[in-house]
Write a protein that binds this ligand. Structure first.
Ligand code: GLN
Length: 451
């Protein structure tokens, strides 16, 4: 029964969360109350789904991994994605740790605690949806929601050894997802299998009038085409992605995956994405620019932390923000504000928008020749906790293969493809499959054929 499932998940959290730090909070009583009225005739009937702590669920905390929201914020409403999940019968259960405001690739930027990789607890789970991936791969969640602005669903899924998909921009409502970079953010599932991701996507996708960028298009049954073969399907390998600097074990795993897909009848083609090298730089102009505007709402007035040392309105703003935000968030706000200021706007922001168009056009050209594009999700397996903490630039480069997909608004999945041995531990490697806009079906079908 749904009650048994909730109790089982709660038991597994009790057993392993102190080691993994994936969940920040979970309310068993509330979930049991929902379980008792769950309609199990629905496709997700009575299934608890754990939620990244930047997606609003009525009556639950929504800290965004930040001190500024940790003290006194309770969500007054359900996000669009949560409404959709509930309509499918699911029960949102538990809040998952994340890099503060989704800024990071290791979950080490959370102000609320450390999350560990279940495959080797001395290593990071990736991020920013590190709690989502750690919980699912660590068997303390059946499935989870994450959000992905530059790789934050796919990269932690890769590093922890589970499946994560970022849908086409506009597929899943962003209403009630605390905004980081609104033109890039997407919610998506983190699951153990491709089949589970397809099933969750069936319910997450759909038009929402509360999100002005929501797409009013048909949602196919993503599970229906999963079993179809991939004979004759064209898979592109971007020349610019298969470069030095990728961990040799990651390369070997991805090469083996390519051979396997070829043996299933896929046609492998080399393609070009000539503006790849602009991706990370473009992202680190646009994402902070949007973040600096989005995070202006945390002013100590309407919600969140308010400094007790303030003496006037201005010091209330500045002290509340200074005390509430962590160093990475401050770095991004400063960068973004600088790049949007008069005199720099044309030099940075406008140029980055132009570069974004070039990157998007690269994909449009490539998809005239192939059906999907294949690459590693991340150039390296999970690093040790603390290893990159003082080197944000090195951390930014880890997203080199995932960021262009957000800039182009395309769907991309990461699924496990082998492991790399380090210190006697088998560290997961992720395979990224990117599709045409709105073609999640093909992405999922290729992933399922490989899995
Ligand atoms: N790691 C990237 C960043 O720090 C992407 C994060 C994300 O997708 N939310 O911005």
């Amino acid at each position: 029964t749904p009650r048994d499932i909730v109790l089982d998940v709660a038991k597994s959290i009790d057993a392993r969360n102190s080691e993994l730090g994936a969940y920040l909070s979970w309310d068993v009583e509330a979930a049991l109350a929902e379980a008792d009225s769950a309609d199990i005739s629905r496709p997700l009937g009575g299934i608890p789904v754990a939620i990244k702590d930047n997606i609003n669920v009525t009556g639950q905390p929504c800290t965004c991994g930040s001190r500024i929201l940790a003290e006194n914020y309770t969500s007054p409403y359900d996000a669009g994605a949560i409404r959709s999940l509930r309509a499918g019968g699911a029960i949102p259960f538990g809040r998952l740790n994340m890099d503060e405001f989704a800024m990071g690739s290791s979950t080490e930027n959370s102000a609320l605690g450390v999350t560990r990789n279940p495959q080797d607890t001395s290593r990071v789970p990736g991020g920013s949806s590190g709690g989502s991936a750690s919980a699912v791969a660590g068997n303390i969640a059946i499935a989870a929601l994450g959000s992905d602005t530059g790789g934050s669903i796919r990269q932690p899924a890769a590093l922890c050894g589970c499946v994560g998909i970022k849908p086409t921009y506009g597929r899943v409502s962003r209403f009630g997802l605390v905004a980081f970079a609104s033109s890039l953010d997407q919610i998506g599932p983190v699951t153990k299998t491709v089949q589970d991701s397809a099933l969750l996507l069936n319910h997450l996708c759909g038009y929402d009038a509360h999100d002005s960028t929501s797409l009013n298009v048909d949602v196919p049954d993503f599970t229906a085409t999963l079993g179809q073969d991939i004979k004759g399907l064209r898979i592109g390998l971007p020349k610019e992605y298969y470069i030095d600097g990728i961990h040799p074990g990651v390369s070997a795993s991805v090469q083996a995956a390519i051979r396997q897909l070829e043996s299933l009848g896929a046609i492998i083609k080399e393609i070009n994405l000539p503006h790849t090298e602009l991706g990370v730089a473009t992202y680190y102009v646009l994402a902070p620019a949007e973040a600096s505007a989005n995070l202006a709402r945390f002013d100590g007035v309407r919600y969140g932390h308010r400094s007790s040392s303030a003496t006037d309105l201005l010091s209330q703003y500045t002290l509340s923000r200074a005390e509430g935000f962590g160093p990475e968030v401050k770095r991004r706000i400063l960068l973004g504000t600088y790049m949007l200021s008069s005199g720099y706007y044309d030099a940075y922001y406008i140029r980055a928008q132009k570069a974004r168009t070039l990157i998007r056009n690269d994909f449009t050209e490539a998809f005239k020749q192939v059906d999907v594009i294949l690459s590693p999700t991340s150039p390296t397996p999970a690093h040790k906790l603390g290893e990159l903490k003082d080197n944000p630039l090195a951390a930014y480069l880890e997203d080199v293969f995932t960021i262009p997909v957000n800039l182009a608004g395309l769907p991309g999945i990461s699924l496990p493809c082998g492991t790399v041995d380090e210190d006697g531990k088998a560290l997961p490697v992720g395979l990224q499959i990117v599709g045409k806009a709105l073609d999640e079906s093909t992405v999922l079908r290729v992933a399922h054929a490989y899995e």
